[in-house]
Ligand binder design. Structure first.
Ligand code: AHM
Ligand code: MG
Length: 346
């Protein structure tokens, strides 16, 4: 054995860290160079490229024409579509063209899945995504995010109905989000812990910042739109009355799910978007909003629930199905659930 130090030993840990990119991290996690590992590594790399393109566009949005504001049309959910939604939706499609990875993409902005026919003979995956979540924050230059989830394509989907996507959240192979804040961070999980990357603009690469994030067992923050107080069901109102009456709780709500969830992931607490009287299923969509975040919460030692059922067990009835969402520290989610259980037993 030689006693000559290796380059890595000589140049120190910062060089080591700077070399842990998304694609390498996936291979490190899976500990194999098998075809599926190579596919997932390439897939994460392309998601990273989409995130970089969107981050660049966002950073210049105020300087460009046709980057901010509404397009004048509405999406499948009846919501006004913004220029940025259209741009970011197209970015995810473009980065997967000629990839041989993704046959179908489904997003908040598209009524039906989008097929990339040249990929379908070998593309084994479907990407579900919300290209820009929290887009009302765009007009006031606050944080927004992208959410993504990858599922294995099952069957040939010959009728183009994508019925195989209507499965519970445990079927996700990989999920994550990108938070466009003071810096751009990407958080993902392959079902082997939750890992955080930060975009280094000088390198144009996402570099590993923290591995195996663990959500605190309990946290002080509750994150919910209290403007809906009188629209909620009794259990949620009772929970909010509880936190108002007890010391140690504080409210934080930005109106953009990714940022609000990120705070909970790092500092603990609970995020809630419950059902309302008019919309018992709530606002947030399962397949590309809450199931990916629920997957991350569970992987970080937290929980995600509808209040009465584990969120990852919920089977969507259709592509854009919604469900109430309660996610965060295990103790805080359990506390919210206890108010639901109490109201059932009355
Ligand atoms: P969007 O997908 O149209 O952007 O809506 C989702 C957003 C979430 O980011 C956020 O948690 C929620 O809607 C806020 O809704 P509200 O304004 O009702 O509190
Ligand atoms: Mg959204």
């Amino acid at each position: 054995m030689s006693n000559v130090p290796t380059a890595a030993q000589t140049l120190g840990p910062s060089l080591q860290r700077d070399c842990i990119t998304l694609s390498r991290h996936v291979l490190d996690q899976l500990q194999t160079f098998a075809p599926e590992a190579q596919d997932l590594s390439a897939l994460m790399s392309r998601i990273g490229l989409a995130a970089k393109l969107i981050a660049r566009h966002l950073s210049r949005a105020g300087l460009m024409e046709n980057a901010l504001g509404f397009t004048g049309s509405t999406n499948v959910q009846g919501e006004a579509v913004k220029q940025m939604d259209v741009y970011a939706n197209q970015v995810f499609i473009s980065v997967f063209e000629r990839s041989g990875l993704v046959c179908r993409l489904a997003s908040e902005e598209m009524e039906q899945p989008y097929y990339i026919p040249e990929n379908c003979p070998i593309g084994r995956y479907t990407l579900l995504y919300d290209p820009v979540d929290g887009s009302s924050n765009l007009d006031v230059n606050l944080n927004v995010g992208s959410i993504f989830s990858v599922r294995r394509q099952q069957g040939d989907d010959l009728d183009g109905q994508a019925q195989d996507l209507l499965q519970n959240g445990h079927q996700q192979l990989l999920a994550g989000y990108v938070l466009y804040g003071p810096s751009t961070v990407l958080v993902y999980s392959l079902g082997r812990g939750v890992h955080l990357f930060t975009l280094d603009p000088s390198l144009g690469e996402f570099i590993l910042a923290a591995e195996n994030l663990r959500i605190p067992e309990h946290g002080p923050v509750y994150s919910v739109n209290e403007g809906n107080f009188w629209q909620w069901e009794d259990p949620v109102r009772e929970y909010i009355r509880y936190v108002h009456r007890h010391e140690g709780y504080t409210a934080r709500y930005s109106g953009a799910l990714v940022g609000d969830f990120h705070r909970i992931l790092l500092e603990g607490g609970v995020f809630l978007y419950p059902g309302t009287k008019k919309k018992p299923e709530g606002k947030l969509r399962l397949l590309y909003e809450t199931a990916p975040l629920g997957f991350l919460a569970a992987q970080a030692g937290g929980r995600a629930s509808t209040g009465t059922q584990d969120l990852l067990d919920v089977v969507p009835s259709h592509l854009h199905a919604r469900a109430p969402f309660v996610a965060g520290s295990p103790e805080d989610v359990a506390l919210v659930e206890s108010f639901y259980a109490e109201s059932c037993s009355l």
